[in-house]
Design a protein around this ligand. Sequence first.
Ligand code: HEM
Length: 328
Amino acid sequence: MAAVSVSSRVFVLALALLAAVTCRGCLAAALSTKYYDKTCPAVQSVVRSAMARAVAADPRAGASVLRLFFHDCFVNGCDASVLLDDDVSSQFTGEKGASPNLNSLRGFEVVDAVKAAVEASCKATVSCADVLALASRDAVALLGGPKWNVKLGRKDARTASQAAANTNLPGPGSSLASLVASFAAKGLSARDMTALSGAHTVGRARCVTFRGRVNGGDADAVNATFAAQLRQACPASGGADGSLAPLDAETPDAFDNGYFRELAQRRGLLHSDQELFNGGSQDALVRKYAGNGAAFASDFAKAMVRMGSLAPAVGTPLEVRLNCRRPN
Ligand code: HEM
């Protein structure tokens, strides 16, 4: 009897260990909204002021920072690995050069400025990953979107993975099935995926990401007037790869539910956007968000908290970086 109980205890312990090693959201338990209450009580107001300056100078800065957070959390958890430059001693090649990021991600200088303001207030205390989480929340709020309490206590990676950035981030040509799968791989639901895609209510995309869609190369229906307007700056051929268009043509710099109304009119800019409203499983949710801004705001805030809880694998060496661009 005693032998059975010892072996069952060993079994339960082994199961707990396995769960700890494989659990994707493990860090969630360690994060807390009060994490810096004693060590850096001013952090929230310092980040907010620095972001207010950046967004006042350029509203797109808010969108760019928000996207950085997504591209951070989806690659080995929210550990600010996306902010690392290529390592000078060639220990690693950074994520900035990965195909979803190259010539595309922006906002690094904004994060540097926020981090510098935080360092001036509390030296070597607040991680770049937490700075990015707070800055993203503030960006959304400053552009008119919802607010939420940010759980804190993330640490920064000492290395980055270009390979993981290339495989984990969905692209603009993705089908609905592959979008759902790439979020499911991070423990996020299809509903989270659709709500989070609502981030495309702000910001811009380059012609190279939507050329096919507006030049007759997309199987998903596209509003003809919308496509004709976009073709002026983004023709089927020519050197216009970098010309920009708003992801939400209705209200380009306002964090609202305009993006979903655009999708319902077949005015999604990216193929991956229109996939959310193309006769598939997310149509009803897109319609709901299009008609109910409060429902979108509430689901978006909850999904950001879940995405922000994605943790680096257990055992990853972590630290509080002083400069977000390089390990200490
Ligand atoms: C669902 C899968 C997603 C795909 C396929 C996708 C793809 C893209 C692409 C191709 C661009 C334009 C990049 C360029 O032309 O340089 C873009 C921009 C953007 N994305 Fe996403 N995205 C997705 C989800 C998200 C999520 C979850 C967020 C944030 C929560 C987000 C936030 C943004 C923002 C704010 C911009 C504009 C950035 C700027 O103006 O600098 N995206 N996205």
